[in-house]
Ligand binder design. Structure first.
Ligand code: NAD
Length: 250
C-alpha cells in the first residue's frame, strides 16, 4: 500500500503507460482520477486492489477544461502528466503546425496542468508530507539522439527543463517534481507507428534493435518507477530525469 490515502491524477490514462500507471496506483491504495481525451478508453472505473479509480474525460490541450477539472477535484498528492505525442520526421520535414502541436501537447499542456494543480498540492504537502509531480519525458532525442525525432526530442527535453524548474522553485515547500524517460515501450501508439511503416516487420525489428536488452519495454516495466516517484519512498528525490530504457542510455 505504497500510495495509501493519496489522491493521484493521471492524464492519457486510456491506454499504454498511463493506463498501467492508473491501475497500479489504485492497486497501491490511491484514489485515482484517470483522465483521457477519449472517454471510451476509460472503461475501468471502480475498485482496483485497495484503491478506487474515478474516470473523467480531459483534453490536456484545452486550457479551460484543465482549469475546470482542477476546480472540481480535491487537492492532489500526485499528478502524473503522461499525455504526449510522437512526431516522425527530420527538421526538414517538420511544418510549423506539426511543431506547434508537439509543443502544445507535449509541453504546454504539462505547464498548464502543473500551474492548475500546484496550489492544491502545496496545501497538501504542507499538511501531509510530500506531494509529487511526475512528467512524462522520454530518452528519445532528449537524452540520446535518434533519427526522425527532432520535434519529439526537443519537446521531451523541454519537459525535463520544466521539471527541473518546478523542482527548484518548490523544493522548500516539499512538492517534488521528476521526469520519467522510458525506452521504446510496446503500447497501442507504438504499434500504430509500426503498422504505418512501409515495412512493418522491419520497423518492429529496428525498434527492438535499438534496445540493448533485445526487447521492447512493456507498460508494466514502467510501473515500479512510476509508483516510486509518486510515493513517499522517493521523498529525497526531486528534479531528476530517470531513464527506464532497457539500457539504451548506458
Ligand atoms: P499511447 O500513445 O498509446 O496512448 C496515448 C493516450 O493519450 C491515448 O489514450 C490518447 O487518447 C491520449 N491522448 C491523446 N491526446 C490527448 C489529449 N490531448 N489529452 C488527453 N489525452 C490524450 O500511450 P503511450 O505510448 O504509453 O505514451 C504515453 C506517454 O509516454 C507519451 O507522453 C509518450 O511520449 C511517452 N513515451 C512513450 C514511449 C513508447 O515507446 N510508447 C516511450 C517514451 C515515452
Amino acid at each position: 500500500m505504497r500510495l495509501e490515502g493519496k489522491t493521484v491524477l493521471v492524464t492519457a490514462a486510456g491506454q499504454g503507460i498511463g493506463r498501467a500507471a492508473a491501475l497500479a496506483c489504485a492497486e497501491q491504495g490511491a484514489h485515482v482520477i484517470a483522465t483521457d481525451l477519449d472517454a471510451a478508453l476509460l472503461d475501468y472505473a471502480g475498485a482496483h486492489g485497495a484503491g478506487q479509480v474515478e474516470t473523467r474525460k480531459l483534453d490536456v490541450c484545452d486550457p479551460a477544461a484543465i482549469l475546470a477539472i482542477a476546480e472540481a477535484l480535491p487537492d492532489l498528492d500526485g499528478l502524473f502528466n503522461c499525455a504526449g505525442f510522437v512526431h516522425h520526421g527530420t527538421v526538414l520535414q517538420i511544418t510549423d503546425a506539426d511543431w506547434e502541436f508537439s509543443v502544445m501537447l507535449n509541453v504546454t499542456s504539462m505547464l498548464r496542468m502543473c500551474r492548475a494543480f500546484l496550489p492544491g498540492m502545496l496545501r497538501k504537502s504542507g499538511s501531509s508530507g510530500t506531494a509529487a509531480i511526475l512528467n512524462m519525458a522520454s530518452m528519445a532525442s532528449s537524452i540520446k539522439g535518434f533519427p526522425n525525432r527532432t520535434a519529439y526530442g526537443a519537446t521531451k527535453a523541454a519537459v525535463i527543463g520544466l521539471t527541473k524548474g518546478i523542482a527548484a522553485d518548490f523544493v522548500a515547500q516539499r512538492v517534488r517534481c521528476n521526469a520519467l524517460c522510458p525506452g521504446t515501450v510496446d503500447t497501442p501508439s507504438l504499434r500504430g507507428r509500426i503498422a504505418q511503416a512501409d515495412d512493418p516487420e522491419a520497423a518492429r525489428r529496428d525498434f527492438i534493435a535499438r534496445q540493448p536488452m533485445g526487447r521492447l519495454g512493456t507498460p508494466d516495466d514502467m510501473v515500479p518507477m512510476i509508483i516510486y516517484l509518486l510515493s513517499d519512498e522517493s521523498r529525497f528525490v526531486t528534479g531528476q530525469a530517470l531513464c527506464v530504457d532497457g539500457g539504451v542510455t548506458i
